[in-house]
Design a protein around this ligand. Sequence first.
Ligand code: PMP
Ligand code: GLU
Length: 397
Amino acid sequence: MNISNKAKNIAPSPTLFIDAKAKKMQQEGIDIISFGAGEPDFDTPENIKNAGVKAIKEGKTKYTPVGGIPKLKDAICAKLKKDNNLLYSPSNIVVSCGAKHSLYNVFQCILNPGDEVIIPVPYWVSYPEMVKMADGIPVFADTSEKENFTLTKEKFLSVITPRTKAIVINSPSNPSGMLYSKSQLQALADVAVEKNILIISDEIYEKMIYDNTSHLSVASLGEEIKKITVVVNGLSKSHSMTGWRIGYIACDAKLAEAVTNIQSHSTSNPCSISQFAGVEALEGPQEKSAEMLAAFDKRRKVMVEGLHSLPGIKCSMPQGAFYAFPDISGLLGKLYNSKKITSSDDLAGFFLEAAKVAIVPGSAFGMDNYMRLSYATSMENIEKGISRIKEAIEKLK
Ligand code: PMP
Ligand code: GLU
């Protein structure tokens, strides 16, 4: 079979790959603890499931308008107004099959071959591949833990070229869990407006922010920046609806129309049943999301403090999302059974073999001195996993 050059150039999603591998080992009876994929371990709230069942029973099982049913678009507009102080009308909204699909569509619609997209490092695994799938060029911009893994204005300016089309901002961040402050967002927004660079603002972890800090959408900083920002969000994380596949964008109406056109030839509408459940998710009671957040907060502290106490690992406290992103450079160069661990990939292999713990190596996010552990799993798993990692580290020479 002759696979296209484009497809050959795309790596599989490492987060989904590791999750699938851990699940397969579990099915084979191997006692694996997975800190792999970032997926809330809570069930979808009952009221949302019931809305899905009701939609099936009422025969809402046919094609819908490509970019989403009017009721869902209205609910999204109301949510953006209430939570983010953003005024949009339904013509600015497109609902897709998960935020991943929303992002994919956006890159397809904004990039011409050779256009560049600035991606701060560490980044979520799919951004560079999506840019490449749209014939664009990912341009990586370094950040450091000292600066909370956030992109500075100076660094942003230093990677802009005449081909720069867009920048991706993901706050709270997957994998670092870090947030941009208002002044940091303002500094980046000023540059974007001055240079006319689109901001793709991935706000999927907006509801997962700790210590009474609240989310701020860069689009809410003023009319000028709002015009050139694409807000990306969805229900996967906020309402534990990963399998339902509902994501959306809010943006300029012309771009929304282009995205709808692209979608009309690929997936058509997102699942009709999920859309009706999505209306309930946005309009119904929100207590369950608050309960999830409280549980994640407790786990965050146990995970981060547990990791930080281990030799060779340094872990700062993330402010959002549900990932710990520790520095593992103290473990690189160590020997396991006289084999040297030289990279985060080696370390991930070592933890899987010696600790029966699945983690995602930092290489997947562009930072090889780090690893990512999702704490969207039970406290029992977190405690057991940390103690297994500890025992495994003791075996290193
Ligand atoms: N953006 C980020 C940063 C993510 O971690 C994810 C996780 N899946 C997504 C987008 C996509 O979410 P989904 O497609 O499940 O809505
Ligand atoms: N976003 C989650 C993660 O980073 C789910 C897997 C994926 O879609 O990549 O683990």
